[in-house]
Design a binder for this molecule. Structure first.
Ligand code: NAI
Ligand code: MG
Length: 499
């Protein structure tokens, strides 16, 4: 059985990660200080590749959230952050980006150890996180107000002001990148915040907290409370002194967040689940369509909100596509995620593992045929599931309608463009969609017709901070990334001056 930190990685990064893991229990960052939970409680975070405990982490609860919100409020009202000049705020964000870059290998190790994704993917995640901090550092100096054509004896202008104290609740599938999606714009536009990382992957967030302290941000601007959803998360979502909540996670919890916001009418943005259609026409560039559709659904063990889980393949191509993508699935190297040659690691937790295995059983009950996978991995320990491709699936089966959040794709045939769009849109979700065709006009038509927040043409799953990301329908509302984050993290004040 593998040790908690297998020695397949260069010694220095592994040593840095090990040093971090071996310290005392991880604490909460509140008002610039690291403190234990008021209750004194801790919880274990485990390595999903071998089920061993990685570290103990403070289990924050309502009382800790109260303290953290109070610290964020003090920092906001004292103007410690909102009143800094925009160039100064930008410099802090750039400093955070530099520190992440300097500790990239260690952070990638922590992501892989805590989450299970292959180290190659964790490395990409760290790079994206750096990009996102730098991108929003640029916006700190560029969110303009307007002067408006008022009556001659008045002067009217608008100011973009921060929203205030933000509660940010993030998931475990991108434990570092989702921090940057929320923390970077909140800071760029002058807000203070309380971050609640997912209980499955607290370690990258705690290490980020240390780097944020090292960057020298004023106390209380960023507070981090590790803990569980129904306790710490719910306390943050319902807190009367939080002005805005940004949430990424399940649609089920997204609805609870929205309800909890009613108490003080806090602003809410939700990035939720998906069951994204990926439409492959007979004239698709086949080689790339197969390869990138496979990564589109199998990256991060399929635990991606916009994963290409429903593949609609034009009838004449169906059998060949099924053969080819099944072969791609079989070629995936499932194993120890710290190994550079591994292309799929374990699922994040025993809950997620049981959930996905439940769907594999359901697929059999519903009469689907496993062209590849369809079962757990051969490993004795860890939450490994084989990359799975199902045929003989109809769009009304539960495995084609419900978010599985594992390495599972269903292949469904379609007749023509109209049929593809009708079936593709027949879902309660609307996060991502793919179109594969060499016909330029059709590519644009289908991109318009699919009801999803992101559409990828002859590619899949690109997410770059330059462009908005978010959902249609029950995949949520509000757009993160791109200039659209200005709307999430600022509010507009209109000022009339009598001349
Ligand atoms: P979840 O929605 O329960 O957890 C996401 C975050 O919300 C975590 O930080 C969690 O602690 C917090 N949370 C949970 N309950 C809360 C509550 N009542 N109030 C406030 N915060 C709360 O997701 P979970 O249970 O980890 O995964 C379940 C399913 O959700 C997955 O199988 C997948 O289908 C979906 N999911 C979607 C994600 C996405 O990227 N859109 C990410 C994670 C999960
Ligand atoms: Mg949950």
């Amino acid at each position: 059985m593998a040790a908690a930190v297998p020695s397949v990685e260069p010694a220095t990064e592994a040593a840095a990660a090990r040093r971090f893991l071996q310290g005392p229990p991880k604490q909460l960052l509140i008002g610039g200080k690291w403190v234990p939970a008021k209750s004194g409680k801790t919880f274990e975070t485990i390595n999903p590749a071998n089920e061993e405990v990685l570290a103990l982490v403070a289990e924050g609860d309502r009382a800790d959230i109260d303290e953290a919100v109070a610290a964020a409020r003090r920092a906001f009202e004292a103007g410690r952050w909102p009143s800094l000049g925009p160039h100064q705020r930008a410099r802090y964000l750039l400093r955070i980006a530099d520190l992440i870059e300097q500790h990239a290998d260690e952070l990638a190790q922590l992501i892989t150890l805590d989450n299970g994704k292959p180290i190659s993917e964790a490395t990409v995640e760290v790079g994206r996180t750096v990009d996102t901090f730098r991108y929003y550092a640029g916006w700190a100096t560029k969110f303009y107000g307007e002067t408006n054509p008022s009556a001659p004896d008045f002067f009217n202008y608008t100011l973009r002001e921060p929203v205030g104290v933000c509660g940010q609740i993030i998931p475990w599938n991108g434990p570092l990148s989702t921090i940057s999606w929320k923390v970077a714009p909140a800071l760029a536009f002058g807000n203070t915040l309380v971050l609640k990382p997912a209980e499955q992957t607290p370690l990258p967030a705690v290490r980020m907290g240390e780097l944020i302290c090292e960057a020298g941000l004023p106390d209380g601007v960023v507070n981090i409370v590790t803990g569980f959803g129904p306790t710490a998360g719910a306390a943050l979502a319902g807190h009367p002194d939080v002005d805005k909540v940004a949430f990424t996670g399940s649609t089920e919890v997204g609805k609870l967040i929205l309800q909890a916001s009613a108490g003080n009418l806090k602003r809410v943005s939700l990035e939720l689940g998906g069951k994204s259609p990926n439409v492959i026409f007979a004239d698709a560039p086949l080689e790339t369509a197969v390869a990138l559709s496979a990564t589109g659904v199998f990256r991060n063990q399929g635990q991606v909100c916009c994963a290409a889980t429903r593949m609609f393949v034009q009838e004449s191509l169906y059998d060949e596509f099924a053969e080819r993508i099944a072969a791609k699935a079989e070629a995936i190297r499932l194993g120890e995620p710290l190994d550079q040659t591994t292309t799929m690691g374990p699922l994040v937790s025993s809950e997620q593992y049981e959930r996905v295995l439940g769907y594999l059983k359901l697929a059999r009950d519903e009469g689907a045929q496993a062209k590849a996978g369809g079962e757990r991995g051969p490993q004795e320990r860890g939450y490994f599931v084989k990359p799975t491709i199902y045929t003989a699936v109809r769009n009304d089966m539960r495995i084609a309608r419900e978010e599985i959040f594992g390495p599972v794709a269903v292949l469904i045939p379609f007749k023509d463009e109209n049929d593809a769009v009708l079936q593709g849109n027949d879902t309660t979700y609307g996060l991502g969609a793919g179109v594969w065709t060499r016909d330029l006009s059709r590519a644009h038509r289908v991109a318009r017709a699919l009801r999803a927040g992101s559409v990828w043409v002859n590619c899949y799953g690109l997410i770059d901070p330059i462009s908005a990301f978010g959902g249609y329908k029950q995949s949520g509302f509000g757009r993160e990334l791109g200039p659209q984050s200005i709307d999430l993290y600022t509010q507009i004040k209109s000022v009339y001056v009598k001349l």
